[in-house]
Design a protein around this ligand. Structure first.
Ligand code: GLN
Length: 231
């Protein structure tokens, strides 16, 4: 699934690697394809409408499940956005149908009959960054009918503005080691260059932060996204 600016997110990672002389190669695994659990430093699972999710869920849960678990077990970064995030968990209930997830993190999602949770969103996250323990803001856009509930799992962040996982508990996304799920889609990474760099550093196991880039445009996009969310 890749309809919510997912390619833009990948281009962001590609450019920021290229600008620093870090090799970057992207390959895709579509319906029916197998996934190489040792083949990448970062695995990206994009979002999609319920209809697309129905097509992907069984393929992901049956054909790719073990390899997604294998990639996570060796510490690869897994970034799953929106519909992809929902499928990281145990299940996604849509009326009488229940789609399976890959069961990588303890969460489940239920499609609500109430309004979709749509709008600009900002969350506060705490990631190992320099300085350690510092809190950063991720700003973006969410659009989901599903409500996600975490079991024994930590959220990616705390909702500052917007709805988050279910519009009720103030939690957004999930974080389990290098496995990250979030409802923030649209151009998540172009609006949050610092997070793109954190993903690259983590995926490559770098001990030192990446060289700084001239982020005037990226910083402006981030500031605008924060403003749009009302921060
Ligand atoms: N189909 C899911 C929902 O509406 C995910 C939507 C998305 O990926 N934006 O909850």
């Amino acid at each position: 699934m890749n309809i919510y600016a997912d390619r833009g997110n990948l281009i962001m990672l590609e450019r920021r690697c290229e600008w620093r002389g870090i090799g970057f190669e992207v390959s895709s695994a579509g319906l029916g394809d197998t996934l190489d659990p040792d083949g990448a430093d970062l695995y990206y699972i994009g979002g999609g409408q319920d209809r697309d999710q129905k097509l992907c869920a069984h393929d992901l849960a049956e054909r790719k499940r073990d390899d997604v678990h294998g990639a996570a077990a060796r510490g690869a970064v897994i970034l799953a956005v929106c519909g992809g995030y929902q499928l990281l968990g145990h299940s996604y209930e849509l009326g009488t149908e229940t789609l399976p997830g890959v069961g990588l993190v303890d969460l489940h999602t239920v499609r609500s009959e109430e309004s979709r949770l749509i709008g600009n969103v900002a969350i506060e996250v705490e990631l190992e960054a320099s300085p350690p323990g510092s809190r950063r803001v991720l700003a973006g856009f969410e659009n989901h009918g599903g409500r996600t509930f975490l079991g024994d799992a930590q959220p990616l962040g705390r909702v500052l503005k917007g709805h988050g996982n279910n519009g009720g508990d103030g939690r957004e996304g999930v974080r389990a080691g290098n496995v990250i799920g979030t409802y923030l889609h649209g151009p998540l990474l172009p609006k949050n260059a610092w997070f793109a760099d954190w993903l690259i550093e983590t995926a490559l196991g770098l001990r030192e932060p990446l060289d700084r880039l001239d982020d005037a445009f990226e910083d402006a996009a981030h500031a605008e996204a924060r403003r749009a969310a009302g921060l």
